[in-house]
Design a protein around this ligand. Structure first.
Ligand SMILES: *Cc1c(COP(=O)(O)O)cnc(C)c1O
Length: 371
């Protein structure tokens, strides 16, 4: 096996490294030789990528049998989700091809990311969202970045159908994960996982909506494997919310429901690719209930100090559900796709914690604290 050139030479194997922030130039510059860009591609970047791979000891203990669990915290990207990895590529290529406007259908994070990168590139950004099903933080971002936000009285799948037709008939580039450049950018997350661990994990657990991310991770692992930077490939374990689990049911879900709005998708745009990834990796699709998702969401926050959005917690919920199937002493990476701050309403609703109000008096406060 070879050592990836992207690993700093002095790295101790005990320490999960990130590349030096001072040297980080964004994922296109770092992984340029693996991406469809040329010297003349205008790189539109917010220095996305290089997110931490964090050990989660409490969750490792729950799984037991010496299994080591890490989370890839992609909620630390510039707009707070992994979508930025794909968007830096999609917008750079759109700019290279002369696009003046981009469009996407979105459950929220794609719209925030598309808006940020399109605006940075000087383009118009149109985003179509399912009315009432987008988390507050995501909507706030899209609006402030200056996107032209269109809410439809329908779900994501209906929005995607319309934006696809718009992009075929009008001068506007589609930046959903059916855009191949999105997946190219997103595959870099797999490179970072291998660079940090020194090999591929046994399992990669990932929440699945349109199945772009699971497809992209697999592309990345396969490319690194071909380069011999890892000597094995992970089982790709995709998790969908029980109320919107078309890949588990084997058929589209007409009215998908889940509080994990980022994965409230009934007809995944990358369906065939997802099935191919499952088969090639000997992986599986499983569902987790909203209750499982919220339990994992709270465990991550209260035991590990990690705040992700509900959809992201589906990866950990899935691992905990299937924990007895993980090989002993194995390594598991759960992808945390988005930041918890995206969806403050869910956090406040779910938490059984409460703010305690008192008068500004030392003795009263001390008594309240139990001293
Ligand atoms: C987009 C998104 C997903 C789903 O990713 P797909 O590529 O559509 O499968 C999961 N979690 C979050 C937070 C997302 O924004």
């Amino acid at each position: 096996m070879r050592t990836s050139p992207f690993i700093p030479q002095s790295a101790s194997p005990e320490i999960i490294i990130q590349k030096s922030a001072a040297q980080w130039k964004g994922l296109i510059e770092t992984y340029r030789s693996y991406l469809p860009v040329s010297d003349t591609t205008p790189v539109v970047t917010l220095l996305e990528g290089n997110t931490p791979l964090i050990p989660v000891p409490y969750i490792s203990e729950q799984v037991g049998r010496g299994v080591k669990v890490f989370v890839k915290y992609d909620g630390l990207n510039p707009t707070g989700s992994f979508k930025d990895r794909g968007m830096t590529m999609a917008i750079s290529k759109a700019k290279e091809l002369g696009a003046q406007a981009v469009i996407c259908a979105s459950t929220g994070n794609t719209s925030a990311s598309a808006a940020a990168y399109a605006k940075r590139a000087g383009m118009r950004a149109f985003v179509m969202i399912p009315d009432g099903y987008v988390a507050l933080g995501k909507l706030a971002q899209a609006l402030l970045y200056g996107a032209e936000v269109i809410a439809i009285d329908g779900n994501f799948d209906e929005a995607l159908r319309i934006v696809r037709q718009l992009s075929e008939n009008y001068p506007v580039t589609l930046v959903n994960s059916v855009n191949p450049y999105r997946l190219e950018g997103q595959k870099t997350a797999a490179f970072e996982v291998v660079d940090a661990l020194g090999n591929a994990p046994d399992w990669l657990c990932v929440p699945v909506g349109n199945a772009g991310n699971i497809t992209a991770y697999w592309m990345g692992f396969c490319e690194y494997h071909q380069q011999k930077y890892c000597d094995r490939l992970p089982k790709m374990m995709g998790f969908q919310a029980a109320g919107s689990a078309p890949l588990v049911a084997g058929k589209p879900i007409l009215h998908p429901e889940t509080l994990a709005t980022a994965i409230r998708i009934g007809n995944p745009a990358n369906w065939e690719k997802a099935i191919a990834v499952k088969e090639a990796s000997l992986g599986a699709f499983n569902s987790v209930t909203d209750e499982d998702i919220l339990d994992a969401y709270q465990i991550l926050a209260a035991h590990e100090g990690i705040f992700c959005e509900p959809a992201s917690a589906a990866s950990v919920a899935g691992l905990l559900k299937l924990k007895d199937e993980v090989p002993s002493h194995g390594t598991v990476v759960c992808v945390l796709t988005g930041n918890g701050l995206k969806d403050p309403d869910s956090a406040i609703r779910v938490s059984n914690n409460a703010v305690k109000s008192v008068i500004p008096d030392l003795a009263v406060v001390a008594e309240l604290m139990g001293f």
